[in-house]
Design a protein around this ligand. Structure first.
Ligand SMILES: CC(C)(COP(=O)(O)OP(=O)(O)OC[C@H]1O[C@@H](n2cnc3c(N)ncnc32)[C@H](O)[C@@H]1OP(=O)(O)O)[C@@H](O)C(=O)NCCC(=O)NCCS
Length: 169
């Protein structure tokens, strides 16, 4: 029986995340991210393990109380179509809902994948200007043909955020 686990990324995952992203970045399907960049945003990443093997990754970036982005979503082609991508997106939604963020969006070529998960296609112009600060580094920025998809998180399950309890004498 297969076992898929979604967890926060750790420093030891950085090379694997980079290697998962690189082939898709080379095809301009996602933005390229070097290992330094992944380290500097490590707390934004979740990874997926399939029977103990790290096969997928996703990052989420918070812009404000009512907006966050899902980015750098990839699943190793060998492990695609097994539900890993859906679980990575659900993991982001739960994590972001736990942070109190109200909506999440993605810029994507796989809008059908997101629509299956309750996202609606929105116009790119409806997104705030600040989201384009990363996109300007993309070779396709001038004639971007990605589709914007967005979902409200009010119904998402909230992932519990760990609490550290201290007892003082
Ligand atoms: C998009 C991607 C992450 C999907 O990962 P995955 O593990 O294959 O997806 P899942 O198996 O969880 O699929 C969940 C559902 O979406 C559907 N789906 C998967 N890829 C799809 C696509 N490209 N278009 C439409 N539907 C898709 C599946 O059939 C499945 O449907 P079901 O719930 O009815 O069975 C993966 O194909 C990928 O890494 N693509 C290249 C990188 C990329 O485009 N990333 C997105 C950047 S925003």
């Amino acid at each position: 029986m297969r076992r898929i686990c979604i967890r926060s990324a750790a420093a030891g995952d950085v090379k694997t995340i980079h290697d998962l992203l690189a082939p898709f970045a080379a095809k301009s399907i996602i933005l390229e991210r070097n290992e330094d960049d992944i380290f500097q945003h490590l707390q934004e990443f979740l990874v997926a393990e399939y029977d103990g093997v790290t096969v997928g990754a996703v990052a989420m970036h918070v812009y404000g109380e009512n907006l966050a982005e899902i980015r750098s979503l990839v699943v190793d082609p060998v492990y695609q179509k097994h539900g890993v991508g859906r679980l990575l997106v659900e993991g982001c939604e739960q994590w972001l809902a736990g942070l109190g963020v109200g909506q999440v969006f993605a810029l994507t070529y796989v809008d059908g994948f997101f629509v299956r998960q309750g996202y609606e296609v929105v116009s790119k112009e409806s997104l705030p200007h600040k989201i384009w600060t990363v996109c300007v580094h993309c070779s396709r920025f001038a004639d971007c043909d990605e589709v914007a998809v967005q979902k409200k998180l009010s119904d998402a399950v909230t992932q519990p955020i760990p609490i550290i309890e201290v007892e003082e004498e």
